[in-house]
Design a protein around this ligand. Sequence first.
Ligand code: SF4
Length: 340
Amino acid sequence: MTAQTPARVASYFHLEEGGARCELCPHKCLVLPGKSGRCGVRIYQVDHGLVTMSYGNTSSIALDPIEKKPLYHFYPGATILSLGSFGCNLRCRFCQNWQISQDTRVVDVITPQRLVQWAKEYEDTRCIGVAFTYNEPTIWYEFVQDTASLIRAAGLKTVLVTNGYISPDPWRQLLPYIDAVNIDVKAWSDEFYRELCGGALQPVLDNVEIAGECCHVELTYLIIPGCNDDSRSIEEFTRWVRERLGAATPVHFSRYFPNYRLDIPATPIATMEKARKIAAKWLEYVYLGNVEIAGASHTYCPICNALVIERGRFQAPQIYAVHGYCPDCGQKLPLIGGMS
Ligand code: SF4
């Protein structure tokens, strides 16, 4: 383990009798002296106020394909320097990344300047910038914000992969520096959020809409059998996406596998297929992840059904779109960047 950076005073809190009220996310924890909020990262030190313990502390860093975030309509075929810290403000019983999200190990310490420099050095490998991922970027807020403004100044892109569980004000302050987000909508049910994640649905939906006003948005919905896979939820969710963000919004249905504290069996393939069929009534770009189904992650033209981007699990995507247009019918496609 590398030494952690010293604590820094956190943003978005005020002092109350008995503690510090954190306002960064909808939990609005009252953090008592010497204790941390639910995320485990923000601690109230009476002499300093609320401090963040994770500034610059990374648990994992790698150069990933952008498709792995997943972002399918944003610089397809590019790579992105991806990193995470530790901790999370939700407690999803099915967390697919729990070794990081529920842990406090630090493998490296990095500054915003070094991170930007590193991303620049990778530009030869089609690296477009930096993705804050692996754990929840919200609770790394101060580091993400400081770094994102430098990334923008360096002509690179910033991506967030997030649960969307953040208060509206910090979200609106951060988004002008963000180029693309993938937001998890974990279910179409507040009860699911309450019981399986320790959160609430509406703040996430509000933040999806706010993001839609500011940057490129793709959504991920992990389908868990018996929990959030009913046809009505899929239908209402995808219809909502169409109404609030538009039919061209990419939605990724991801297949659940037993993990962390949920041991029900993996999602049947038939359930994934059913979700795609329902969603396709409302949305033009519906993808299936974590499945071996031919064509499930390809992009097709919504007008003539021509293959526009072919994605394989172990190979770079083949892009047939020409300058962002369908090669067959000439339809303009909602693809950002990297189109030859
Ligand atoms: S960011 Fe952490 S401390 Fe602040 S309200 Fe959310 S869970 Fe609580």
